[in-house]
Ligand binder design. Sequence first.
Ligand code: HEM
Length: 425
Amino acid sequence: MVPDTPLRLDEIDLSDLAFWGRPWAEREAAFGVLRRERPLAFFEEPDMALASSLAPDRGPGYRAVTRHGDVAEISRHPEIYCSGQGAVSIFDLPPEMVEYFAGMISTDNPRHARLRRIVSAAFNPRRIASIEENIEEVADRVIDRASGFGECDFVPEIAAALPLEIICEMMGVPPSEYTTVFNCSNVILSGGDTEFIPEGTDPVLAGLTAGQQLTELMHELSAHRMEHPVDDLTTALITTNIDGEALTQAELASFFILLLTAGNETTRNAIAHALWAFTEHPDQRAVWAADPATVATTGVDEIVRWASPVIWMRRTVTEDTVLSGEELHPGDKVLLFYNSANRDESVFDDPYRFDVRRDPNPHFGFGAAGPHFCLGAHLARREIDVMLRKLLVRLPDIEATAEPDRLHSSFINGIKHLPCRFTPA
Ligand code: HEM
């Protein structure tokens, strides 16, 4: 069913943080209006940058790309829609932040291809296979810790713990630093939510400080691995050398931050959305529980479509071009709204239905086909699959007991807290 909207076209302002605090159904409906009536709507940039001493200028605004076909077209043409100009955030990052956060996600060829080559070599099939074994173990450990309680906050105790521990173990981050990684990635991807960035704090500065903390961690770790190489991703990243190419220290640090944030928050939110979706759609949960091995092959992607944990990525126009009949010019910013593409009624049959057997499901939760398609998609799918399979077996009656406490962000469709209960095991 298409949700109702109290908003008319001219009342929709995607740059107003209040819009992102509206109920999900209202947000969905607003995007339906944009897709139908103004698929490349222009918005002024949000005020967040103005709150910061580091990014004091309001930029030129952006187009919100809301149709599936347009998101696909832009992602396919990085030569016309680039990622390296001012980074993939709405406002152009100051250079010192680009160094920390931009990583390969905010670069174009030839630099992007070079970074992706080095990193992909470190993510080789043998390493991925050993990580996959580890997911089973870590998921069991996480559930063991919570299973006696009978109730808990699902997000920190279960949904966040699995991807956090997996990504940290992959990189060789010691358990004593897990909380640091958790806190820093919360700040970096907070979108200014006051639970993570207290009112009165400069949001850009807070992100920068968290990035610096992670950089220091990476420097310590990589210095240690240089002396004592082991079989982890950090060792592979500092020793991988393809045709004489290796990562520089700065590239290593920004990749580390990208992995710790990208690999953490997104998967956490997908798992939290899954529990909420199971609670709201018990019929779909029953379908999954009856045959997890088969249903997971379609269900995991339906969760990523349904949750759309990453709401948008930015590109910048490099030459005069035309998209869906509208002229675009060099320097124009375009935001690819993956959440909206994932509800496009011209592509998805009954897009507002949560259907764990949906097939085909050409969603853009991991981005659309193109050079920046999510590097961790395979890993994320495995984590979601394993965690849900184990939960349905080990805590079979687990359910959410209150509405999700949502992250106040336009960028990450986050759930900060989700109380749940289950029969203690
Ligand atoms: C459900 C979980 C996840 C979602 C929804 C997600 C989503 C995305 C999206 C939308 C992009 C940008 C695609 C584009 O611009 O075309 C992206 C890129 C990326 N993701 Fe993920 N991601 C997830 C999990 C992960 C994990 C677990 C990792 C790492 C272990 C990871 C690492 C990356 C990296 C490194 C990039 C940048 C790739 C590039 O620029 O070449 N992601 N992801």
